[in-house]
Design a protein around this ligand. Structure first.
Ligand code: AGP
Length: 613
C-alpha cells in the first residue's frame, strides 16, 4: 500500500521525508516522490522505482525547505513512471497533493474538470483531487475550505495530504473511509504527518489519529481538527509505547527473522498484566466485558483476513471448548457481503494486526450496522479497528514490519486463549480448578517458544533440502488444522512456492492424488487429541513415495522412524500447541525464502496492510 510522509517545522524537510518513507518501505510500492516548498515555489522530485532512485534525484538536484510532503505509490491507476508518481500538481503549480486510496468516480471528474480547462499530466485518479482544489481556490476560498469542498466530490476511501505555495505555513491532511491511516505526529515546534507510525517514531511518540471524515490543518505549532463540513473537533493525543529501536532489524538479516525470534518477548508482553496467577484469573480491561454481557452472548463470529483469519480458526476451538459459546469463523471479505445473521446478543470479533485492512473494517461496519457487539484484537494502537470496536485486546507485540505475519499470529492465539477463559469465568461455566489449571499453562508459553527457536539451525537444514521444491502440502487436524493453512501461507507468500493447507482428513477425498516423490507433505502431528489419526496420514503419504516433514513432539520415536524430516517441538498443553507448532513452520518458510535469495520482508505483489479492495 502507498506511504505518506509530511513535515512542517524549522528543520530541512527533505531528509526527514526521505527517512520517513524508508520506514514505510515494508508497505510495498513501485514509485516514490516528494515536494518541498522552496523560495515561494513548489519543488518536486519523483520517479518510478525504489527510494534509492528518489534519493539519487534529490542528490543530483537538491531541494531544501521547511515544509514538504512525500509518497511511495503502489500503482492502481496508471503504470509506475515519473508522470504517475506522486506528488501531483494542477494547472497553477501552486498546489500539490499526495494520496492513498482510489477515487472511484475519477473518470467523470476528469471529464468535468477537463471541460473547465484542467490539463491532466498523468493517468492517475489522484490528479483529479488537485484540480478540484484549484477550482475552489479560484473561487476565492482559502486552502482548508477549498480542500474540504474538493473532498466532498470524491467517492471511495482516501488518505490525502495537501500543500500550497499560496499558504506555505500549513499542511492539510484528511482521512475519508478506510484507505489506510493518517496520523499526525506532535513535535516541539514541528509537526509530522504519516500514513503509519514507523515514519514518525524517530521524532515523536505523541500522535493524533485521524478518524474517517476528519481534516487537520497542521502548522508548526500544532493542529486544528475539523469535520469535512468545517466543524471544529476536539482530539485526543496518544503516546505510543513503541520506540524507534524496536522498529530496527538489529542483528537480523530481515525483519521477519527478528520478529520470529522476538516471540518469547512478544508473548511475554501479550500475557503480562493480564494474568493473576495467584487467583487463576484473566483481566482484559479494554474489552469492556461485563458479567451481564458475558452471560448474554449467544454466538461469537470471528472475522479477519489471511493470517488473522487462521488465528480466528484456532480461537473458535478454544472459545467453544473452554466457554461453550458457539463460535463461527468468517473470512472478512466474505462476511461483509453475506448478510450475516447477527444481533445484539452476537459478538463480532475482528482480528487485525494493522487494524487497517479494508475488508476487516468493512466487516466490522456491517456488524455494527446489524447491532452486534463489536470487539477487535489489534496490534497497532489507535488503528481504525481498535477505535471502531466497543472493546479491544491489544496484541502488544511491538511493530511488526515484515509483510509475512509471525508474532502477530501467535499473540492473538494467546489473546483468544485468555478471552476463552475470561468468558467461561464470567459465565460461571468453568470449575475453579480447571480455570486455575488453564491459567497456569500460560506460564509455560515463553519457555516453550524459546525451545522451538533454539532449533532454528535444524529447521534451516531441512529448508536446504526442500528449497527447490515446486509444491508442498500442509496437513493438520483439530486445533492444528489452521496451522496447516498458516504454514502454507507463510511458505507461498515469501518463497513463491505453491503450497496448500488442508484438513488431514480430507486427503483421501482428492489431494492424495497429488502425492508423489516430488510433492513433500508437512504433517503437523504433536501429541494432541488428534495424534493417532495423524500417524496414518504420515503412512499414507509415505506409501506414495512423498517425502514427509513432520512437526512432532520431542522424543516421539514412532514419528522419528516414519518421517523423512522431523521438526521437533516441546511437549505442550494441547490448547496452546498451535502457538508452538507454528514456530518451526515460520522458520521453515523464512529459511527457504532466504535460501532462494528472495525479498523476504517485502515479497512481490504484497503489502503489509491491504487498505484497498
Ligand atoms: C500474513 O502473513 C499476510 N501478510 C496477510 O495474510 C495478513 O495476515 C492479512 O492481510 C491481514 O492483515 P491484518 O492482520 O493487518 O488485518
Amino acid at each position: 500500500m502507498c506511504g505518506i510522509v509530511g513535515y512542517i517545522g524549522p528543520r530541512d524537510a527533505t531528509p526527514i521525508i526521505l527517512n520517513g518513507l524508508r520506514r514505510l518501505e515494508y508497505r510495498g510500492y513501485d514509485s516514490a516522490g516528494l515536494a518541498v516548498l522552496e523560495n515561494g515555489g513548489i519543488q518536486i522530485r519523483r520517479d518510478a522505482g525504489k527510494l534509492s532512485r528518489l534519493a539519487e534525484l534529490v542528490d543530483s538536484s537538491p531541494v531544501h525547505g521547511h515544509c514538504g510532503i512525500g509518497h511511495t505509490r503502489w500503482a492502481t491507476h496508471g503504470v509506475p513512471n515519473s508522470r504517475n508518481a506522486h506528488p501531483h500538481t494542477g494547472n497553477t503549480g501552486k498546489v500539490v497533493v499526495v494520496h492513498n486510496g482510489i477515487v472511484e468516480n475519477y473518470l467523470e471528474l476528469r471529464q468535468e474538470l477537463a471541460a473547465e480547462g484542467a490539463v491532466f499530466q498523468s493517468e492517475t485518479d489522484t490528479e483529479t483531487i488537485v484540480h478540484l482544489i484549484e477550482r475552489y481556490l479560484s473561487r476565492g476560498m482559502g486552502l482548508a475550505e477549498a480542500a474540504r469542498e474538493a473532498f466532498g466530490h470524491l467517492k471511495g476511501a482516501h488518505g490525502i495530504v495537501v500543500m500550497s505555495a499560496l499558504e506555505p505555513d500549513k499542511i492539510i491532511a484528511a482521512r475519508i473511509g478506510n484507505a489506510g491511516g493518517v496520523v499526525i505526529g506532535c513535535g516541539d515546534g514541528e509537526m509530522f504527518i504519516a500514513s503509519d507510525l514507523p515514519a514518525i517514531l524517530d521524532h515523536t511518540r505523541r500522535v493524533v489519529f485521524l478518524e474517517s471524515r476528519q481534516l487537520a490543518v497542521v502548522t508548526r505549532s500544532g493542529l486544528e481538527l475539523q469535520t469535512l463540513e468545517g466543524e471544529p473537533l476536539r482530539f485526543q493525543t496518544h503516546t505510543i509505547p513503541w520506540d524507534p529501536v524496536s522498529a530496527e532489524k538489529g542483528e537480523y538479516r530481515h525483519f521477519m527473522a527478528k520478529e520470529i525470534h522476538e516471540q518469547v518477548r512478544s508473548l511475554t508482553d501479550t500475557i503480562s498484566g493480564r494474568v493473576d496467577f495467584e487467583q487463576g484469573r484473566i483481566r482484559l480491561p479494554e474489552l469492556n466485558l461485563t458479567p451481564e454481557l458475558a452471560r448474554r452472548i449467544k454466538k461469537i463470529v470471528i472475522t479477519g483476513c489471511g493470517t488473522a483469519a487462521h488465528a480466528g480458526m484456532v480461537g473458535r476451538i478454544l472459545i467453544q471448548r473452554i466457554s461453550r459459546i458457539p463460535v463461527e469463523v468468517e473470512i472478512a471479505s466474505e462476511f461483509r457481503y453475506s448478510d450475516p445473521i447477527i444481533d445484539r446478543d452476537t459478538v463480532v470479533l475482528a482480528i487485525s494486526q494493522s487494524g487497517e485492512t479494508v475488508d476487516t473494517l468493512a466487516a466490522m461496519e456491517e456488524a455494527r450496522r446489524k447491532g452486534a457487539v463489536l470487539w477487535s484484537i489489534v496490534n497497532v494502537i489507535g488503528s481504525q479497528a481498535m477505535r471502531l470496536a466497543d472493546g479491544f485486546i491489544s496484541m502488544q507485540t511491538g511493530p511488526e514490519i515484515g509483510v509475512a505475519s509471525t508474532k502477530a499470529f501467535t499473540a492473538p492465539l494467546v489473546d483468544l486463549y485468555m478471552l476463552a477463559i475470561l468468558l467461561a469465568d464470567l459465565r460461571g461455566s468453568l470449575a475453579d480448578d480447571d480455570r486455575r489449571c488453564l491459567v497456569n499453562h500460560l506460564r509455560l508459553v515463553p519457555d516453550l517458544v524459546g525451545r522451538c527457536l533454539d532449533r532454528d539451525r535444524q529447521v534451516q537444514s531441512v529448508a536446504r533440502a526442500l528449497k527447490d521444491m515446486a509444491h508442498c502440502l500442509y496437513l493438520g487436524r483439530g486445533i492444528n488444522m489452521p496451522i496447516a493453512y498458516e504454514g502454507a501461507l507463510k511458505l507461498k507468500e515469501i518463497s513463491y512456492i505453491h503450497a496448500e493447507g488442508y484438513p488431514a482428513g480430507e486427503m483421501k477425498h482428492g489431494p492424495i492424488a497429488l502425492i508423489d516423490r516430488t510433492m513433500p507433505t508437512v504433517v503437523i502431528a504433536p501429541r494432541d487429541p488428534w495424534y493417532e489419526k495423524m500417524i496414518s496420514q504420515i503412512e499414507q503419504a509415505k506409501a506414495r513415495g512423498g517425502p514427509v516433514v513432520a512437526v512432532a513432539t520431542e522424543g516421539d520415536k514412532l514419528i522419528g522412524s516414519l518421517a523423512t524430516y522431523v521438526l521437533w517441538v516441546p511437549e505442550t498443553p494441547w490448547m496452546l500447541s498451535p502457538v508452538i507448532t507454528v514456530i518451526p513452520l515460520q522458520l521453515l518458510a523464512y529459511h527457504i525464502a532466504a535460501l532462494r535469495g528472495l525479498d523476504v520482508d517485502q515479497p512481490r505483489n504484497l503489502a503489509k496492510s491491504v487498505t484497498v479492495e
